[in-house]
Design a protein around this ligand. Sequence first.
Ligand code: URA
Length: 435
Amino acid sequence: MLIGRKREGGELDLDELRWLVTGYLEGGVSEGQTAAWLMAGVIRGFSPVEARALTQVLIESGEVLDLSGLTGPTVDKHSTGGVADGTTLLVAPLLASVGLRLVKLSGRGLGHTGGTLDKLESIPGLRTALEPDELLRIADEVGCVVAAQTARLVPADKALYALRDITATVASPALIASSVMSKKIAAGAQTIVLDVKTGDGAFMPSRDEAAALARLCVGIGADAGRPTVALVTAMDQPLGTGVGNALEVEEAVRLLSADPDGRLAEVALALAAAALQRGGTTTVMDAAGTRDALRSVWCDGTALETLARMIAAQGGDATVCEAPARVLPQAPVVQEVSALHGGTVAAVPARAVGELAARLGAGRSRPGEDVDPAVGIVLNVEVGDEREPGDVLATVHARTEDDAAEAGAALRALVQWTDDPVQRPETILERVDEE
Ligand code: URA
């Protein structure tokens, strides 16, 4: 009856959604029935009221982290996923360096997108499976900790997501919003900052859809008493230059070792500024004040030092922050890819670059597969750059000569050129606050 009502475009209430989801977890509602309800909702649309109710049901399915014992305002950050999106590796130490506390439960890469856990695990010794008491201790001592989602937090999301993944029911704003926000709310932070990606490498290719998802998430956060702010950012081209696990850690260390530079640094600073402005409850800071505070801990090396302390606290080799290439696994074959044509770069399609890095071994096509920490691509071009024939477009880090040759040829084919001038596209497209 509930499935039929959804098929006709009706709305299910909190109790009905609770009955369905709990029934699925406990076995009273079959996988087929749950998949039919999901598909009906994806086609007919879930209402914002259903998204809020589903968020509540998902949170109720497990434990909730209690961060109230931490000294300092707590914040959390989430990205809807992209390519060369190492923002967490920058935002976490930045926010910890200005006195905020961040307990970040991250995910793994899937398909063309990377995952922070895979990146961090490329650092020898680093552990991401941490118990709640360890999470809290590290957050108190260092200010930030980045670990794997525990099985006890929001188990219903894990079960539903696995079903959505195999039934083409991931791409629904309400399902994504409830999935993301249930995990963020259960993770306990007072303030939440979201990076909602849009463009060819994002879940939500169109900007309007991404902005609608951002508004939905911000509304759910506000309802739950967790101030939430979202930035809608471009994911048409990879955000950073490194696409691959160790390569992205190396890039984060390089960026934090100098003054902020490039699009990845820009997004990281903007997310951290939004979190600090919204979550730094001891002093209400204006936009210029937050940016100055963050730039100062970036430029004087404090943020890099905080990253090193977090890595050490999680069992990793913190000297990665002094000599990343010595500590991180290195691919046996490193090959430069040169441009055949000259001109201006018109496009570096994010999804295709992410898929290419995954094919080299940096990503996985099914959950649970191993990734190769060393391989990937370091890009030397972005949209708007001018290059001559023979200039280096990228460096491929591969297991074998054949892999490198294949990836190099594919990369050459996917970078698009024009003879016309190209305006560098904006990266931060809009900010969504509570209404
Ligand atoms: N990320 C999530 O955590 N959940 C979704 O549903 C989609 C992306």
